[in-house]
Design a protein around this ligand. Structure first.
Ligand code: B12
Ligand code: GTP
Ligand code: MG
Length: 384
């Protein structure tokens, strides 16, 4: 089966009109496209960096507040400058973008502008027809990020084409051993139910790493669910603010039909990142259920962090969450919510049954400079 087309969508800086792009994203996903959504109020630099790291075929920009002729062409120019001119730029903006503007934009290298009244299916058809195959460009020296991004795509594609069956279990074990013993990267796994605040927490930790370690490089592998051969909304980037940085390489992955929180290609991609000279590699699973154990024992993730939402139900639900037995660190995020104190006590009692040195920390990830996040940061870096 062919891999889904991956595109990036965003709204320019100083523009909060995201309702059009949200509708368009949903239609693209429904028609089999993987959409990495960067969110609104995004700079040219952030858009181009994300497009390169995500190795997308095209960038779709929705622009309503003016300045579109300059903004779109700056995106095209920066892609060229970074050696990624094979990534196409398209978009729309209702009546704000006139036909004359669109002609000027096309002259500057913008691929296509859609006007008011175009149907959603027409736009999705355009994507399928024009961005289905990678445009071959003349070979030239490619940046480190482009090289890595292409490698990750090749790995994902191999799994999608089912060519990846040949790796024996012994080979995988040997390779895990090799990475555990030679890696310099600190590999941290985050899991937990949907919406518990995993991405917000990771973004806050990234901010602290960037400050504490002025040369440190961070990779993030972030997962969202999808069914085999279908589209997906890969939306974690939209929550990331601090992670839009040249020292952070982030890749969004769809699970492409695999249950349990990760993609069939995750481990191999992780291996590639662990070899890629990063100091920290952070993995975020999809929002998981009670039975999930996404990170294997003796795998290459260490430590594992379970992020809990205080609203998990009652003590009975806690008994069923397998990751409470396995996680090294359990975080009660959203501890600003009323139920959080009870949640802390109940989870603490649940962890006591395990008789293991597991850590329990309360955080408010959405609060800047939260002391709980500081404690989590010290704990994670304390193991490095
Ligand atoms: C809805 C809306 C709002 C909502 C936004 C809600 C949201 N979260 O998006 C609210 C009320 C919040 C709002 C606020 C403002 N708005 Co307003 N808003 C609109 C409105 C009425 C519709 C835009 C829209 O969503 N259309 C629905 C989409 C699906 O249809 P479409 O626009 O025709 O787009 C088609 C194609 O272009 C294409 N397309 C669009 N984007 C993309 C992207 C891709 C990748 C692709 C493939 C295709 C594509 O898809 C559609 C296909 O039919 C427009 C007026 C208009 N009719 O365009 C004003 C408009 C854009 N807003 C305007 C203004 C001025 C503002 C405010 C500054 C008002 C104020 N003074 O506070 C604020 C700014 C908000 C901000 N932070 O940026 C002006 C902009 C004028 C300008 N550029 O100079 C407009 C044009 C109204 C006007 N005539 O004055 N706005
Ligand atoms: N009240 C409160 N809300 C928070 C906190 N941390 C995150 N949120 C909000 O919770 C929502 C979900 O946050 P995310 O970080 O996207 O959660 P997630 O676990 O990554 O979600 P998925 O990736 O979809 O599973 C967002 O609206 C956040 O702003 C917190 O400490 N307190
Ligand atoms: Mg998330």
């Amino acid at each position: 089966m062919a891999s889904p087309i991956r595109i990036l969508t965003a709204v320019p800086i100083c523009d909060g009109h995201d309702s059009a792009i949200n509708t368009i994203n949903l239609e693209f996903i429904r028609l089999g496209i993987e959409v990495i959504y960067l969110g609104y109020h995004r700079s040219v630099e952030d858009i181009v960096r994300a497009a390169i790291q995500e190795d997308v075929r095209a960038i779709g920009i929705s622009s309503y507040n003016g300045g579109h002729v300059e903004f779109f062409s700056e995106v095209v120019n920066l892609l060229r400058k970074r050696g990624a001119s094979d990534i196409k730029v398209f978009g729309g903006g209702g009546g704000t973008i006139t036909h004359d503007d669109a002609t000027a934009m096309r002259r500057k290298g913008v691929d296509k502008i859609f006007f008011a009244g175009t149907s959603l299916t027409e736009m999705a058809d355009y994507v399928h027809k024009n961005y289905g195959k990678r445009v071959k460009t003349r070979a030239r020296a490619r940046s480190r990020d482009i090289e890595l991004a292409r490698k990750l795509t090749e790995i994902e594609d191999r799994f999608c084409n089912k060519k990846k069956r040949s790796t024996s279990n012994k080979k995988i074990r040997d390779s895990r051993f090799e990475i555990r013993n030679s890696r310099r990267a600190h590999v941290i796994g985050f899991t937990g139910p949907g919406g518990a605040g995993k991405t917000t927490l990771i973004d806050e930790l990234v901010l602290r790493i960037l400050h504490r370690d002025p040369k440190g490089r961070i990779a993030i592998l972030s997962h969202d669910p999808s069914v085999v051969g279908e589209g997906a909304l890969l939306g974690d980037r939209a929550t990331m603010i601090n992670s839009q940085d040249d020292r952070v390489f982030m890749r969004s992955m769809a699970t492409r039909g695999q249950a349990g929180g990760l993609s069939p290609a995750t481990e191999e991609c992780l291996r590639e990142l662990a070899r890629g000279g990063f100091d920290y590699v952070i993995i975020e699973t999809v929002g998981t259920g009670q039975e999930a154990m996404p990170f294997q024992k003796n795998g290459i993730v260490d430590p594992t962090v379970l992020v809990m939402n205080p609203d998990y139900g009652s003590r009975l639900q806690l008994q069923k969450i397998v990751m409470l037995d396995l996680a090294d660190i359990v975080v009660v995020n959203k501890s600003d919510l009323v139920h959080a104190r009870t949640a802390h006590t109940e989870i603490e009692q649940r962890l006591e049954q395990n008789r293991r040195a597991q850590q329990l920390i309360d955080t408010v990830a959405k609060r800047h400079r939260d002391p709980g996040v500081d404690r989590l940061f010290d704990l994670i870096l304390g193991t490095k």
